[in-house]
Design a protein around this ligand. Structure first.
Ligand SMILES: Nc1nc2c(c(=O)[nH]1)N[C@H]1C(S)=C(S)[C@@H](COP(=O)(O)OP(=O)(O)OC[C@H]3O[C@@H](n4cnc5c(=O)[nH]c(N)nc54)[C@H](O)[C@@H]3O)O[C@H]1N2
Ligand SMILES: Nc1nc2c(c(=O)[nH]1)N[C@H]1C(S)=C(S)[C@@H](COP(=O)(O)OP(=O)(O)OC[C@H]3O[C@@H](n4cnc5c(=O)[nH]c(N)nc54)[C@H](O)[C@@H]3O)O[C@H]1N2
Ligand code: SF4
Ligand SMILES: [Mo]
Length: 758
């Protein structure tokens, strides 16, 4: 078995990447008698250097969880509360799915079948590679994902600035002198859109080498406490702060674009656009003193190197795209983009790194949603619009749903409304290992194997790592079950139509041969003289490797560091990664511009009309609800032992003090008559809940906080431990009408609420 080395006579050691969060830590698993004895951080891992968090060692518990589904199940009965589930064979399950999905397609058309793709799919190679062919095969405009409750604003700002929504620069943590963080809490989340195992350790190193860290957050988080300075901010106003900082840079003549000056356009227009947004005005809405805003701008300009890094708190708000853009604009205007110690573009092993520095640019709105007429962004609609697409009658109404690795009935705005909408579907199929709040509505659940039974190459996250790095691991345990790729490929064949057959191998061959063909045909291809058959034979020589492995192997061999099937000596291949259990060091991040740009102009387009157009809304907000400091607003939070909605069935991760509580400042507790340990009713425009109160001075007055991902008390959920500590679902309070218009991203922070003793 790949990656396993002999340790003691009876124990074997296996190394693999932890797939649970973006940090992608290297793990060392000790196996005894066919079971995991111990999991610890791999001290020799190039990137993670031994770091592990409590979730990493819970991988074993997730694998062994008796509630984890091992074979397909079919629902008998309409009401999830009383339904029974019957275990069926894979062929029986797919026969039911075929009848269900094709039936809806035939009766109502292709748009009537929708799909939702959730977060763990980005951590599972099978889904990473095969979701796209499934979407293409569906031919439906109704595609949704967790991206619109998360990072869509970042895609939009990258799309407009760099021409490519997935060109996301990361803070060069290991070399920066000044880390300016907004709305991120890596001490709990372990980092996001920034793969940095041991983010806390890396923060300590910044300070140890004389650097400085400033954290902007309405809560005095552990991250803020471990920074040089905590800047409390009124939720939803990061755009106001960042734009005012830009204003200071221009007003004080501190703008210096550095290495990107030659290929950046729109600087003059931006100078004009930001001019009205003075620090004094920003102070009135952010709650941050004008003098502090001026000082921060000056510090940023003066720092030898600096990185402005914003995450969930800056994205899941009304001005998410503008805030995301403004953060990048600050990096650009202080010469910190694409420069060591600033914000840089990683180059992962599966990426080609080739580029002409120009492209077709970024467009949105090629289609619009039926009910709310929302523009498509990256070929999907906001998940906040999914419920209405199911419940509003008419042509194009959604009648069937495919979910892959998602729990939208818990994770998305007005979750209770979506939960009710799911009961109206004619058919639903879920690719998911658990019977939870969402999947209880499925007609069929198709469970992929556990993380220890599959190969791993953390593709999406290696492309956002703070150090160029590669790591691949094969399955630790064999499985009789279908791989996630097999499941999704079969779904793709089903929705294509009867002519596609049912053998996923046909799809694999198509993809593998297509990728090889493409590499052979590249201009100046080092393998121009080779044949597809010959190259395929090299890939498939190891019978233990699966289709996903072959596809990754092609990407790596023909990637920036690749061996080109032997044409480049010492180049990378999957074999090299398989022989490198601690990963392969691919060096410090290096400048990639202008080659990495895909805008039509070949420049960084600072002043895209969509962005400049949004300044009018920013102006209007100074006299809107956001500017009213008397409104009590709700924000979220994460904690280290949790991960969205799906790790609450592991005892070590949920035991101890209740964590699903309402955080309230002592002043607000007094104002609203709440007491620590008591209960409060929290209500928003769309819903209400009752929750335990935790009074803390680590939150700004006027702001309350509830973590998301809880609320496991719905009938029919099969999760023995989670239902015993259900918590409440904060997404009954979030409002599906509140979106960042540029990205369609839901507003999950800054929700106006009222609180009262329960
Ligand atoms: N109020 C509020 N809501 C939020 C957020 C917030 O900050 N505040 N955060 C948002 C964010 S950032 C995100 S990413 C979303 C997450 O939203 P979702 O992705 O919809 O939800 P998860 O809780 O991650 O649920 C993941 C599902 O995947 C399943 N699963 C686990 N492993 C696998 C696997 O290997 N394969 C498959 N096929 N399935 C698997 C689990 O059983 C579960 O059903 O939540 C969002 N919701
Ligand atoms: N332990 C754990 N780790 C996780 C997850 C998890 O659920 N648990 N989820 C994973 C996922 S899917 C993601 S996307 C990442 C997210 O990773 P992070 O972005 O680091 O997410 P959070 O820890 O929620 O930190 C967001 C912070 O924003 C603050 N905030 C709220 N509103 C505002 C605002 O208007 N302005 C500013 N400046 N701050 C604001 C909140 O108080 C909070 O401290 O974490 C990932 N890692
Ligand atoms: S930080 Fe993330 S990747 Fe590392 S062990 Fe914890 S859950 Fe796994
Ligand atoms: Mo996320």
């Amino acid at each position: 078995m790949t990656g396993v080395e002999s340790d003691m006579a009876t124990d074997t050691i296996h190394h693999r990447t932890c797939p649970l969060c973006e940090a992608s830590c290297g793990l060392e698993l000790t196996i005894r008698d066919g079971a995991v004895l111990r999991i610890r951080g791999d001290r020799d891992n190039v990137l993670s250097r031994g770091f592990i968090c409590p979730k990493g060692s819970a991988l074993q518990k997730l694998h062994e969880d008796p509630d984890r589904l091992r074979s397909p199940i079919v629902r008998r009965g309409d009401d999830p509360a009383t339904a029974t589930w019957e275990q069926v064979s894979w062929d029986e399950a797919f026969a039911i799915v075929e009848e269900g999905l094709r039936g809806v397609q035939q009766r109502h058309g292709r748009d009537a079948v929708a799909a939702y793709f959730g977060n763990p799919g980005v951590h599972s190679l099978g889904a990473v590679i095969f979701n796209a062919p499934l979407i293409r095969a569906m031919g439906s405009k109704n595609i949704y994902s967790a991206s619109t409750v998360d990072q869509m604003p970042k895609h939009v700002s990258s799309g407009y600035l760099f021409g490519n929504p997935i060109s996301i620069p990361v803070p060069d943590l290991d070399r920066t002198d000044f880390l300016f963080m907004l709305g991120a809490n890596p001490y709990e989340s372990n980092g996001s859109l920034c793969t940095a195992p041991d983010f806390p350790g890396r923060m300590k190193e910044i300070r140890a080498r004389g650097g400085r860290i400033v954290t902007v957050d309405p809560r005095n988080t552990k991250t803020a406490q471990n920074s040089d300075e905590w800047i409390p901010i009124r939720p939803g106003t990061d755009a106001h702060l960042l734009v005012a900082m830009l204003q200071v840079l221009f007003a004080e003549d501190l703008v210096d674009l550095g290495s990107v000056a030659e290929f950046t356009s729109g600087v003059e227009e931006i100078a004009d656009a930001v001019a009205p947004f003075t620090p004094e005005r920003a102070a009135s809405i952010t709650g941050i003193p004008a003098a502090t805003i001026v000082r921060l701008a000056r510090e940023l300009a003066a720092a030898p190197t600096a990185a402005v890094y914003g995450r969930i708190g800056t994205h899941t708000v009304e001005f998410g795209s503008l805030a995301s853009w403004a953060a990048e604009a600050l990096n650009i205007c202080t010469g910190n983009l694409d420069s060591p110690g600033g914000m840089m573009f990683p180059l992962a092993a599966h990426e080609s790194g080739r580029g002409k520095g120009k492209g077709r640019g970024f467009t949105t709105g090629r289609r619009h949603s039926r009910v709310r007429n929302y523009p498509e962004i990256r070929s999907e609609f906001p998940v906040a619009t999914l419920a209405e697409e199911i419940t509003t009658p008419g042509d194009g109404q959604v009648r069937a749903l495919i979910t892959v690795a998602g729990n939208p009935a818990l994770s998305t705005p007005s979750a209770d409304r979506l939960d009710a909408a799911l009961t109206e579907l004619e058919f639903m199929v879920c690719v998911d290992p658990w019977l939870n709040e969402t999947t209880r509505h499925a007609n069929v659940i198709l469970p992929p194997p556990s993380a220890l039974e599959r190969s791993d190459y953390h593709m999406a996250f290696l492309a956002m790592a703070v150090h160029n790095f590669a790591e691949w691991s094969g399955p630790l345990f064999p499985t009789d079950s279908l791989q996630e790729s097999d499941i999704i490929a079969r779904l793709a064949l089903i929705v294509t139509g009867p002519e596609a057959g049912s053998d996923p191998q046909a799809l694999y061959d198509l993809m593998i041969d297509g990728a090889l063909q493409g590499a052979i045909a590249l201009p100046d291809s080092p393998i121009a003289d080779r044949t597809v058959d010959e190259l395929r034979a090299i890939l498939t020589a190891d019978p233990d490797r699966m289709a996903v492995d072959h596809i990754v192997d092609i990407m790596i061999r023909t990637g920036a560091y690749g061996d080109w099937f032997g044409a480049v000596p010492d180049g990378l291949s999957l074999d090299v990664l398989a022989d490198s259990p601690h990963g392969v060091d691919l060096g410090d991040l290096k400048p990639r511009l202008p080659g990495h740009l895909r805008t039509e102009s070949g420049t960084i387009e600072l002043a895209n009309p969509a962005i400049v157009g949004d300044f009018a809304r920013l102006e209007a907000s100074f006299s809107g609800p956001l500017a009213d400091p008397s409104t009590l607003v709700l924000v979220g939070r994460r904690d280290l032992r949790s991960n969205n909605s799906w790790m609450h069935n592991v005892n070590v991760l949920v035991k101890g003090k209740e964590r699903c509580t309402l955080n309230v400042h002592p002043d607000d507790a007094e104002r609203f008559g709440l007491i620590d340990g008591g209960e409060a009713t929290v209500a928003s425009r769309v819903g209400a809940l009752v929750i335990g109160v935790e009074v803390t001075s680590d939150i700004l007055p006027g702001v309350v906080s509830i973590p998301h991902g809880w609320g496991h008390s719905l009938p029919g959920v099969r999760a023995g431990i989670a239902v015993g500590r259900p918590g409440v679902n904060t997404n009954v309070l979030t409002d599906p009408e509140q979106l960042d218009p540029l990205s369609g991203n839901a507003v999950l922070n800054g929700i106006p609420v009222t609180v009262a003793p329960a």
